[in-house]
Design a protein around this ligand. Structure first.
Ligand code: PMP
Length: 295
């Protein structure tokens, strides 16, 4: 992720990652009380553009707010700093990882001190490009009454790690997690869509991370006349889908081959997922031909 010439932003200064000292007594390490984001910048025909930068930084600030972490940077400052960081790293296409860590405090009340680190590196599609073989996880997504599932809190990701370890150890590519009622929720770090009888479905908000990519995909569907509905569905319904795909900033749009070794019947190349994969690339590269709006 970094080398001698890498630059990170840390508490007001640009530094080499090796010069960054993170507090070993800090609450983020001990208790998982930190907040992060996953953002991408793309080299577009209009120059390097951080895709949906404001939405990502709003979600970062929301996470700090719910955890009571004092964090005073504005969205505008964060966006400006991130563009500066990309230039310092000579990166045009990049994955960007802002992280707020809470200060040293062994009590279980949020520390009054916060640190900001922003890192970036060149990173291809996180889950690759080939169709994924997915396993239903024995781990459920956290109950939204036990935490803020819509915030990217560092500690929540132990759930994603358990699910991913389980799926990969069993020879699968990724995990699909259910919510506490047994409905399909999401992947460890991406949202899920299924196609059935010419329509797309994605779990409604409440028990999932409401992904920014998910939102973009739904907007593209609306523009392109692809029917899409937010609705809870069970794993049995999912296994009867014609096709499925995941969406996320790191993963972008990636198709599924199978769930628990049940192969999705529709040739992925002929599905909405394949079409959306292309349209999403056009969108992030600012090359999408907007459809004329009909009344
Ligand atoms: N679900 C989870 C659990 C995630 O960690 C992510 C990545 N933030 C997503 C979904 C996708 O969100 P986004 O499209 O905003 O990257």
């Amino acid at each position: 992720y970094y080398n001698e010439s890498s630059v990170v932003f840390h508490n007001g200064a640009f530094k080499n990652p090796k010069e960054v000292l993170l507090e070993t007594y800090g609450q983020t390490l001990h208790y998982g009380n930190g907040v992060f984001e996953g953002v991408r910048a793309y080299k577009t025909k209009n120059g390097t553009r951080i895709f949906k930068a404001e939405d990502h930084y709003k979600r970062l600030k929301y996470g700090a707010e719910v955890m009571g972490i004092p964090f005073n940077y504005s969205v505008e400052e964060l966006v400006t700093l991130t563009y500066q960081l990309l230039v310092k790293n000579n990166l045009e296409d990049a994955y960007i990882r802002p992280l707020i860590t809470a200060g040293a405090d062994m009590s279980l009340r949020t520390s009054t001190e916060a640190n900001l680190t922003i890192q970036c590196w060149a990173w291809g599609k996180y889950m690759g490009d080939k169709l994924l073989r997915v396993k239903t996880s024995s781990f459920e997504r956290p109950n939204p009454k036990s935490c803020f599932v819509d915030a990217k809190i560092t500690g929540h990701y132990t759930n994603s790690i358990l699910a991913t370890n389980e799926a990969k150890s069993a020879g699968f590519d990724e995990a699909l997690l259910l919510d506490m009622h047994g409905n399909v929720a999401e992947c460890s770090g991406a949202n899920v869509f299924m196609e059935k009888d010419g329509k797309l479905y994605t779990p409604k908000k409440g028990n999932i991370m409401p992904g920014i990519t998910r939102q973009v995909i739904m907007q593209i569907c609306k523009d392109e006349g692809i029917p899409v509905e937010e609705k809870l569905f069970t794993i049995d319904e999912f296994k009867n889908a014609d096709a499925a795909f995941f969406t996320g900033t790191a993963a972008e749009v990636v198709g599924l081959e199978s769930i628990d070794n049940y192969k999705f019947p529709k040739d992925f190349e002929t599905t909405f997922g394949a079409k959306l994969m292309k349209l999403y690339q056009d969108e992030v590269l600012e090359q999408r031909q907007k459809q004329p709006q009909h009344a």
